[in-house]
Design a protein around this ligand. Structure first.
Ligand code: DGJ
Length: 725
């Protein structure tokens, strides 16, 4: 059993193969947190809660004095505001009296096999009930009657626990949810480094690592998306943690809007992490009888290092987050016209793309931005989702017919949450965009954001998309999102509900994505937000792949792909070979092979030699697909630790095949280079396909490959393919 309640000690013990998580019902019905870390068998853990405290500044429990206990120092399972715990609050309501004092205590619990989905929100799922167990703990604030259910699902074989919170209003008065985090974790000590994935447009998800310090350190977004700037991921790792060694607590929020991760180190050297919806800009009115679900948070613990933490996220997301037809199926090899043509294309140009693509072995043509309304540049037509006949002379169906006749699939681009001021739809419905009465609207990329919190507005947009998708043979949709949210108010909602608009917006987006994937289950949906501005688990629930970055320079892509791989699997990372950048096609291909591979260039501009080279690359794509997409990733040398070269390795589950990629970002000072591989079978003999050399797995992992004489110029790269004999 993954979840056990021990009546003698009143504790809940949540076990996975890599971790134990314990909390319990304490005097006064407080929920006290005892332990999170490597597996332990003990059920008497009462020695773990005691903390130092100072009587006059650490208050007693407001109900009755409990010896040695203060809510201010005791590790608490789900902290609340204003009742004696001055550290970070996971939860607070503003009650009908106008104060925010909140004090949740245990009422009851239930344990069951499997996992329920969260209404309206993306969440992890089980393929069979036996994969996970769920614990629901009902808590209550006695004074206001507010009820909160803490929901834990334990994926025992994945080393993962998911958490979310359901809030109910069983009273006769309304209240506001002021703060609702999806998880709260108290750890003794602060001897950890905090990892974060920061960045900006064309430079997403670089890795940050810094020691925890006293006070609060945060990673947040209030852009109305998870953002290029900060990812809803963090890990607390022991200071000596490396790819292969050390304690790692990984946290990721299944949410695509404003999030907040705070870690507070208090004066007694305890650390508390809370993660959830960003309380800034959030306030939710809960009327009598209503309920509210927080987004889901994922926690993973391993003592086997950062690399293993990543692989645990990869397995979990590949099996229990990504869904639908394309979950494990081989994705079509695509060519996208964006970098090749921008919006300057027509029927003939795309047909020419398709002919070249067919000739090179590419399987799908994706028509990007510019096919609708009067869209010749980024100044018009978003929201006018009808075909620009002046570009596509035989209409969309005429184009698709020709593409299909060549044996290619067809994909199309939408940006369904946006509206151009110069569009028919905006002229008809100027109030449909997000705006705040009396204020000018901030414009970005000459576009506004549609108010997706309004049902009739999103229904209208979806009906246009539905028409295009149901009347044409379309296999793939790229869903883009090219700006962030400003002047976030909703013309339809009363003033007491304006704090709900950010969250209602993303619920609206999720609802349309849900309808899209239900109505067109064959579709391969690729999310995008100016590249990887919404690369988060919420989006992965709807789309099995996400365009990782608008930066397709293979050297710049390295930090982006290494950073993204901290918690997202290779199959989720859209990665294309493009034309107009430095480095050879060889290196562009070697880097892009890491993800869901494709091309993003104008084939009319390729030389015959380049086309021949691409034909060979297509063969490699097929050859290595399985080991990359179904194998496991080992980051051998990362760009965050080595400024000269990087290397990574995929190993098949049965350890019979491995693919190593080495890229020289710039010339090293010296050229001695031994590369030790990982995760091979020490007993097996491996042949290096390129040279015919044979070595034992033990040799390759301990002595390493001597690659000193391999190409090491700027931007040079190579693959090493190993097969067990
Ligand atoms: C941003 C995306 O990341 C690009 O790939 C492309 O689709 C453009 N938008 C189109 O406007």
């Amino acid at each position: 059993m993954a979840i056990n309640f021990c009546k003698e000690s009143n504790i809940f013990k949540l076990d996975t193969y890599s971790s134990t998580y314990i909390f319990g019902i304490f005097e006064g019905n407080y929920l006290v947190h005892y332990y999170y870390g490597a597996p332990i068998p003990d059920t008497d853990v009462s020695a773990l809660w005691l903390r130092p405290w100072f009587a006059s500044f650490c208050p007693d429990s407001p109900s009755a004095r409990i010896p040695n206990f203060s809510p201010d120092v005791t590790p608490l399972e789900y902290s609340t505001f204003g009742a004696g715990d001055f550290r970070l609050s996971a939860f607070a309501v503003e009650n009908s009296e106008g104060n925010k004092v909140t004090d949740l205590r245990y009422i009851s619990h239930k344990i069951y096999d499997g996992k329920k989905s969260l209404p309206g929100l993306p969440s992890l799922y089980t393929n069979e009930d036996s994969e996970a167990q769920t614990l629901e703990i009902l808590t209550e604030d006695k004074v206001t009657g507010v009820k909160a259910t803490l929901i834990y699902t334990v994926f025992e074989k994945k080393g993962a626990i998911t958490r979310s919170v359901k809030v109910e209003n069983p009273t006769e008065k309304p209240f506001y949810i002021d703060t609702i985090h999806s998880l709260c974790v108290d750890l003794p000590g602060y001897d950890y480094d905090m990892l974060g994935l920061y960045g900006r447009w064309v430079k997403e998800r670089s890795l940050d690592r810094y020691p925890l310090h006293h006070g609060i350190q945060s990673i947040k977004s209030k852009r109305g998306s998870s953002s290029h700037n900060h990812n809803p991921f963090t890990a607390l790792v022991s200071k000596n943690a490396t790819e292969d060694y050390g304690d790692c607590y990984g946290f990721n929020l299944v949410y695509s809007s404003n999030f907040s991760i705070d870690v507070e180190v208090d004066g007694f050297a305890s650390s508390r992490l809370v993660m959830g919806i960003n309380p800034e800009g959030f306030k939710w009115l809960l009327n009598p009888g209503e309920e509210f679900y927080s987004p889901e948070a994922v926690m993973i613990y391993t003592n086997k290092g950062i690399g293993e933490m990543s692989r645990m996220f990869h397995r979990l997301y590949s099996d229990n987050l990504v869904r639908g037809k394309w979950k494990k199926a081989k994705r079509p090899l695509l060519i996208n016209n964006w970098e090749g043509t921008g919006m300057s294309f027509d029927h003939d140009k795309l047909v020419s793309f398709a002919h070249h693509a067919k000739d090179m072995g590419i399987e799908m043509l994706v028509m990007d931005d510019g096919w609708f309304g009067k869209r010749d540049d980024d100044k018009s037509s978003l929201g006018d989702w009808f075909v620009a006949d002046y570009k596509l002379k035989y209409g969309l169906s005429g184009l698709i017919k020709e593409v299909n006749a060549l044996g290619l699939k067809f994909g199309i681009w939408f940006e369904p949450e946006m509206i151009s001021p110069d569009s028919e739809i905006y002229r008809a419905h100027p109030d449909w965009c997000l705006h705040t009465e009396g204020r000018d609207k901030s414009i970005a990329r000459t576009q506004y954001v549609i108010d997706y919190s309004r049902k009739e507005v999103r229904d209208h947009i979806y009906s246009m998309m539905y028409k295009i998708l149901s009347e044409n043979n379309i296999d793939y949709v790229k869903w883009d999102f090219n700006r962030n949210l400003t002047e976030v108010s909703c013309a339809e909602l009363p003033k007491e509900r304006q704090g709900e608009v950010f969250h209602r917006f993303v619920l609206g987006t999720y609802e349309i994505m849900d309808r899209l994937t239900r109505d067109f289950p064959h579709l391969l949906l690729e999310n995008c937000s100016g590249g990887g501005g919404r690369f988060d688990p919420g989006m992965l629930y709807y789309s099995p792949q996400i365009w990782t970055s608008d930066n397709t320079d293979p050297i710049e892509r390295l930090t982006i792909q290494f950073g993204t791989s901290l918690c997202y699997p290779a199959s989720t990372m859209g990665a294309h070979v493009s034309a107009s950048r430095r480095a050879s096609y060889e290196t562009k291909k070697n880097v892009a092979l890491w993800g869901s591979f494709g091309y993003e260039l104008d084939p009319d501009k390729l030389t015959e030699e380049e086309k021949a080279e691409i034909k060979e690359q297509v063969k490699e794509y097929h050859k290595y697909y399985d080991v990359i997409h179904y194998g496991e990733l080992y980051r051998l040398i990362t760009p965050f630790e080595n400024e000269f070269k990087v290397a990574w390795e995929f190993v098949s589950e049965d350890k019979k095949e491995a693919l190593v990629t080495v890229v020289n970002m710039r010339q090293p000072y010296d050229s001695l280079f031994f590369l030790k591989l990982k995760a091979l079978d020490p007993e097996k003999i491996y042949e290096i396909e390129e040279t015919g050399e044979e070595y034992s797995g033990a040799y390759l992992m301990n002595a390493g490959l001597n690659l000193t004489h391999k190409p090491n110029g700027d931007g040079a790269s190579y693959l090493i393919h190993l097969l067990a004999k």
